[in-house]
Ligand binder design. Sequence first.
Ligand code: SF4
Length: 223
Amino acid sequence: MKAKIAEVFESVQGEGLYLGEKQIFVRFFGCNLNCRYCDTKLDAYAEYEPLELFEEIKMYQDKYHSVSFTGGEPLLQSDFLKEVLKFTYRYGHNNYLETNGTLVKELENVIDYIDIVAMDFKLPSSTGLFAFWDIHRQFLKVASRKEVFVKIIVCLNTKEEDLNQSLSIIRDENKAVILVLQPDSFAQAGSLDEKLERFKNICHAQGVTSFVIPQIHKIAGVR
Ligand code: SF4
């Protein structure tokens, strides 16, 4: 069984609740979506067997918070991912999954071997795509068997009604979930300040904990 892997490297997590944690990153090639704001345009990959990828992960000898399986969308190759997760899980690594939150059956396939799920809600007014509300709801239900947080990208055109829909799903499925409001990295500095403040107040009023966390690795110029 082989999978397409774009890169394996060490760095610090640049976004979300684990910002600043040292991780080994495994970036899977390919995605099932095409978000308007996507900055992960991958054009090259190498093919790996599960054991081969695990051997490469093992070469990183420092202390790491976790192994981040990211993309693209890692769940697109979930059978392969499951085999690698079994290796890293038994080896004692924390498995951290970064996912767009749309492949429910594939998450079911691997959830036993995941420690932390960092899932997106893809807001139609942000992505320019159709809505995934029912799918995100089912995905969050499965992800809630483990530690999970949700991230949304806030752009100039992000609508309040999409935030409200996200909050409604979180309140229904897992009230403990923290919502990360991530400003679109392409937006001009300061242009989203008022909206982020307003969105944060809406989250607070609806009883959902939220944090505004920009993508620090882009600001700091690290990988
Ligand atoms: S889900 Fe992520 S990788 Fe896929 S198109 Fe959207 S932003 Fe890009």
